[in-house]
Design a protein. Structure first.
Length: 144
């Protein structure tokens, strides 16, 4: 595999992940602005441009869950953490969001109970005014 093949493979993988974030956000039947902004911020962390994110949003398929997890454990944890943060973005966790998230979490190689543990840690740390980045680093050590 050449360097360009690896780049395009990674970019396709990132687009699939962003598609899944849109799918989870859509689980309650609407895309709230706060969820869309959150997804865009995750896309930017992945190095995606606004136009590319808009393209994924315009073409996301709410009926598909064909996500292939990355090989690296660190990449899988990144996706797990930001997926769970996304379902908390609008302060309302819809049961369908939780079901889809648990399905993705299992595909990432984690136990579904990990979702509750991370949600608890995020909420506790928010009350203590601990940043999302610090929460991420702490959880990565514990669970990653």
């Amino acid at each position: 595999m050449g360097i360009w093949d690896a780049f395009f493979s990674r970019r396709n993988h990132e687009r699939e992940y962003i598609n899944q974030l849109f799918r989870v956000a859509w689980a309650d039947g609407s895309l709230d602005q706060v969820e869309v902004q959150y997804i865009y911020s995750v896309g930017k962390k992945l190095g995606m441009e606004k136009e590319e994110l808009q393209d994924v949003r315009d073409n996301f398929d709410p009926a598909t869950l064909s996500y292939k997890p990355p090989r690296k454990r660190e990449d899988r944890f990144f996706m797990l953490f930001y997926l769970i943060n996304m379902i908390l973005a609008d302060d309302a966790v819809h049961p369908e969001e939780m079901r889809i998230t648990e399905n993705i979490v299992m595909k990432l190689g984690y136990d579904p109970d990990t979702v509750d543990a991370i949600i608890g840690a995020i909420k506790t740390n928010q009350k203590k005014d601990i940043s999302a980045e610090e929460t991420y680093e702490n959880l990565k050590v514990q669970l990653g």
